[in-house]
Design a protein. Structure first.
Ligand code: SF4
Length: 207
């Protein structure tokens, strides 16, 4: 069975575990780790989405020390929205003490043409949403989005998550090439949307 749940260190009792629901994504970011390597700490990340909720739960149970679950992996988690929701419900019912976060490209509302943030109200505690730039032109150069008006959609999604009571960090990645990111402007935009801000320095190996 391929990797659906993994940790990013060699600790046998990690407090944070990551969930790799899909390899599909509506971006193709220039810094995407999937372009550089096939595994995270030895965990093979490529798969064909051919699995069940029980498979996810089974792998999750191999990490009994988990205090936080992060939907992340080699793809956009919300593209497996129903699976994600089912696993969130399982966690809320069976492990209510566990915090749930999603790392997302922020395209979900645009993809499904509905308020996905509202659907996940109470099911996820926090979201890290990739803002990636202070303007649409640079966002498109960095992320190569497959949806229309992606940058505006990301900003709208940040606001929708904030309004759904989800704790949101809007993030940028700096240091991956010579590109200048206006970090101060990005922070201003994040704050104007009600989100916190995180500047994530690019790490070659991803962790
Ligand atoms: S949004 Fe994430 S998974 Fe998708 S291409 Fe960008 S870095 Fe990779």
């Amino acid at each position: 069975m391929y990797t659906l749940v993994y940790s990013i260190n060699q600790d046998k009792s990690p407090e944070t575990v990551y969930v790799n629901l899909t390899n599909a994504c509506t971006n193709s970011c220039v810094f995407c780790l999937r372009e550089q390597k096939d595994d995270v700490c030895g965990a093979e990340m490529w798969h064909d989405d051919n699995y069940t909720l029980e498979d996810v739960i089974e792998q999750f149970k191999t990490f009994p020390s988990a205090k936080e679950v992060v939907f992340c992996g080699y793809g956009e988690p919300f593209l497996k929205k129903d699976m994600m929701k089912s696993f969130c419900k399982y966690l809320r019912q069976n492990h209510p003490e566990i915090k749930i976060r999603v790392n997302t490209n922020g395209h979900a509302n645009a993809i499904y043409k509905t308020n996905v943030a509202e659907e996940f109200k109470g099911l996820i505690d926090s979201a890290s949403i990739s803002l990636n730039s202070s303007n649409a032109k640079q966002y498109d150069e960095i992320c190569n989005p497959k949806i229309e008006n992606a940058y505006d959609e990301v900003k709208k999604f940040i606001k929708a998550c904030v309004e759904a009571g989800i704790s949101v960090s809007a993030s940028v990645v700096t240091g991956f090439d010579e590109r200048e990111i206006d970090v101060a402007e990005c922070e201003e935009i994040a704050k104007s949307l009600g989100a916190k801000f995180r500047n994530r320095e690019f790490i070659t190996n991803g962790y």
